[in-house]
Design a protein around this ligand. Structure first.
Ligand code: PMP
Length: 305
């Protein structure tokens, strides 16, 4: 990864190489943390914005409640720190990674007196599944690992430890030559990819698993639903079986890191024409016009740096 100069740690701006923690940091042992992935984009006029910053910050505080973490900063302070780190590191477009973790002190699981610590790191990061993937589509595979049940995986929170399931799925399929893993829930319904939400088009209708599915309710997902509706594309939130995915006209994945990445093949079956489909393209074009272009709507989503 490409380093930047400064990292925000517990309210202080320090050098990249100084941002270290003790080996007894609780989160390193047991995995209770929250993280966010946010993007800053430069628009056609040269101005930089952070996409849906307030929604990402809200997800941190929702996650803290779910994960029993006491946040030592206010949402306003975290919001300002994200903006400051983009500015201080002189980034025009970058990825922003807030991380909330349990510091050292007591060991054992309870450890409620350990400090909650917060870091904010920014760095340049291209699209997660590659430019080629974004333009031509990726090859996905259903993982043999089941997505954790909704009473095991707290799906409204981006809790670090929950990502072990996603890492195992991702490593399994990438080692077999695919680009991304799609996970099925405990009942066998498609829920999401290892780090992205799932969208399927059939007969002109855009479908995605419902809010209550075993998936993170992605901010890109929510944006795509709103954009599709604005384009007059019918949207249905519903459970989908594995075989329904095979006969889809189009499939795409959404996430802050992966943006809007088409899937051209799933489990060695060509999806639609094997190229990004027309509905995928329309939504992708509109999304990029908003984040990096000069679209004059949706300024409610742009937090200027
Ligand atoms: N699902 C998972 C498991 C993720 O890690 C992410 C990335 N945060 C997403 C979906 C997409 O969420 P968002 O659009 O908010 O980045």
């Amino acid at each position: 990864m490409e380093k930047t100069e400064k990292i925000w740690l517990d309210g202080k701006v320090i050098g990249w190489d100084e941002a270290n923690v003790h080996i007894l940091t609780h989160t390193l042992h047991y995995g209770l943390s929250l993280f966010e992935g946010i993007r800053a984009y430069q628009r056609a006029d040269g101005r930089t914005h952070i996409f849906r910053l307030s929604d990402h910050v809200r997800r941190i505080y929702d996650g803290a409640k779910v994960a029993t973490l006491d946040m030592p900063f206010t949402p306003e302070e975290i919001t300002q720190a994200c903006v400051d780190m983009v500015r201080i590191n002189k980034q025009s477009s970058c990825y922003i990674r807030p991380l909330v973790f349990v510091g050292d002190g007591a060991m054992g699981l309870y450890a409620m007196t350990n400090p909650t610590r917060v870091a904010i790191i920014v760095w340049p990061w291209g699209t997660y599944l590659g430019e080629d993937g974004l333009n031509k589509g990726i090859r996905a595979k259903v993982s043999s690992f089941t997505k954790l049940h909704v009473n095991a995986n707290m799906v409204k929170a981006k809790i670090g430890g929950q990502y072990v399931n996603a890492i195992l799925a991702k490593r399994e399929v990438v080692r077999s030559g695919y680009d991304e893993a799609i996970l099925l829930d405990a009942e066998g319904y498609a829920c999401e990819a290892s780090g992205e939400n799932l969208f399927v088009v059939r007969d002109g209708v855009l479908r995605t698993p419902p809010d209550g599915a075993a998936q993170l309710n992605g901010i890109t997902r929510e944006s795509v639903i709103e954009l599709a509706q604005s384009l007059g594309i019918p949207v249905k939130e519903e459970r989908m079986t594995r075989d329904f995915l095979y006969i889809a006209d189009e499939i795409f994945l959404t996430g802050t890191a992966a943006e809007i990445t088409p899937v051209r093949e799933l489990d060695n079956r060509v999806i639609g024409s094997g190229k990004p489909g027309p509905i995928t393209k329309r939504i992708q074009d509109l999304f990029f016009d908003i984040v990096t272009g000069s679209h004059d709507g949706y300024h409610k989503w742009l937090h200027w740096v």
